[in-house]
Design a protein around this ligand. Structure first.
Ligand code: AMP
Length: 117
């Protein structure tokens, strides 16, 4: 049992519903419930061991790489790859991480501003 079971633990285990757009043996991608762009998809590892990027160790390089690879694949699948998109991994309170389960945001479908807020 994780220290703090989040909604993403439940989505990963199949105990909660999500609007899944892509999945493979390592990751699940689903639409964000409160989208910040016309396309806003979250990608999570099926394995629930990482609360954030801060917990990652050398042995997690594979899943971290796969999350980005899968994000690019999904961007292509949903038609935002050519125009461009943004990948975000909020890490910790100051960055606004609200769910203690490692997740990648894939945002697209509009022009982005920089620096990010
Ligand atoms: P963060 O603030 O980086 O931790 O991102 C958490 C994201 O999860 C937010 O964009 C929320 O809108 C999203 N979210 C929370 N609960 C759900 C849910 N059940 N299904 C889809 N997205 C969710």
């Amino acid at each position: 049992m994780p220290e703090q079971e989040t909604i993403f633990h439940k989505i990963a285990s199949g105990d909660a519903q999500a609007d899944i757009v892509y999945q493979d043996d390592l990751v699940i991608a689903f639409n964000d419930a409160n989208p910040q762009a016309p396309t806003h998809i979250l990608l999570i590892p099926r394995n629930d061991e990482l609360e954030s990027l801060n917990d990652a160790s050398k042995s997690d390089e594979g899943i971290l790489g796969h999350l980005l690879f899968a994000a690019a694949k999904v961007a292509n699948q949903v038609g935002i790859a050519e125009d461009g998109y943004r990948i975000v991994i909020n890490t910790g309170a100051a960055a606004g991480q609200s769910v203690a389960y490692l997740h990648v945001h894939l945002l697209g479908g509009r022009d982005m501003t920089w620096p990010a807020g």
